[in-house]
Ligand binder design. Sequence first.
Ligand code: SF4
Ligand code: SF4
Length: 382
Amino acid sequence: MVKEHLEAAWLLRDEVAAADRVVRVVEKVAGAAVAQDVGREAVVNETSCRAGSVALLTASVSAHRAERRCPTSAAYPAPVLPVHNAESQWPESNHLTPPQLIISVASGKGGTGKTTIATNMAAALAGSGMNVMYVDCDVEEPDGHVFLKPDIEKQDKSTVLIPRVNPDRCSYCGECSRICQFNAIAVLHKQVLVFPELCHSCGGCALVCPEDAIEEVQREIGTINSGTGYGIGFAEGRLTIGEAMASPLIKAVKNSANSTEIIIVDAPPGTSCPVIEAVAGSDFVILVTEPTPFGLHDLKLAVGMLREMKLSFGVVVNRAGTGTNEVYEFCSAENIEILLNIPFDRKIAEAYSHGRLVTEYIPGLGQDLHELYDKIAARVTA
Ligand code: SF4
Ligand code: SF4
């Protein structure tokens, strides 16, 4: 199949260089058996090759390595990964087994009350004796700890792998730079520059290096704090200030969530990569919005994202009774269930500003959030 791929690539002429790299990568990492699989994928994704991109193939090989399905060569052993390393495995779908339930709380727009709902729902469920874990994936500005006040029992560093070039072995051929889709490695006349902040840790450069001049080394990107507050399991990620790559840390925080009955993921706002990473694998996503034009605009984006990801979701309208009816009209037209309306109440703002759970100020909200959970659980298990 690799031979067929080479022939197909030869016909494409411009792709000879890419095909050559592909075959060398596959042979180097996986051996003949896996090379056939990857070669087949390369042929199927011919258009990707035509565009001169070998990112897909790199990803395929990385996936083989991550899943430990391929026998790596002695010359290129798979890295030994720490528990919280971002390269550790987080399957595409729910990694927990029933009856465990993962509920993400997300919002297109920031400041809609996402953390308020996530922390108070966790507290309401824990208050009724359920085993709950709250996971703060808003790693750029985590604030769930303000309300749950956890005792932090464990702190772990989170790292990603980046390339380090051995100048004694490097021939400055430029292969590493050519394969990198993120411009994270550049080859000058007699120098190789690595830009760690741009590196996505795909391992492609090390795989294609013909001189084995690249080793992958750990780079710290943040910390993961774990503990307990109000009887709720707690985990949060804290991205190092100035660090741009939130997704690997989010993945690592999710991996740190230990087995429990219910996991509530507090996602970052927006619809970009960190949010996608946070909600991936959820059984259900609560989209929190507010009845304003801004809320509606960002709700539409979030709905589009979740539909693309094929995740079940429903909407909670916070500060209901203010603003306009447009959010309701949109949800009705799109057949999206409004799971709960939380009326605007000064006490909620007071609780928030004092760093307290709203359920302490408005006990009825705890009951509402418990019923919201019951509704979601029934829907997920139906
Ligand atoms: S691929 Fe390897 S040998 Fe070639 S420039 Fe990069 S590090 Fe040097
Ligand atoms: S520099 Fe980073 S992103 Fe670029 S190919 Fe190497 S590992 Fe991948």
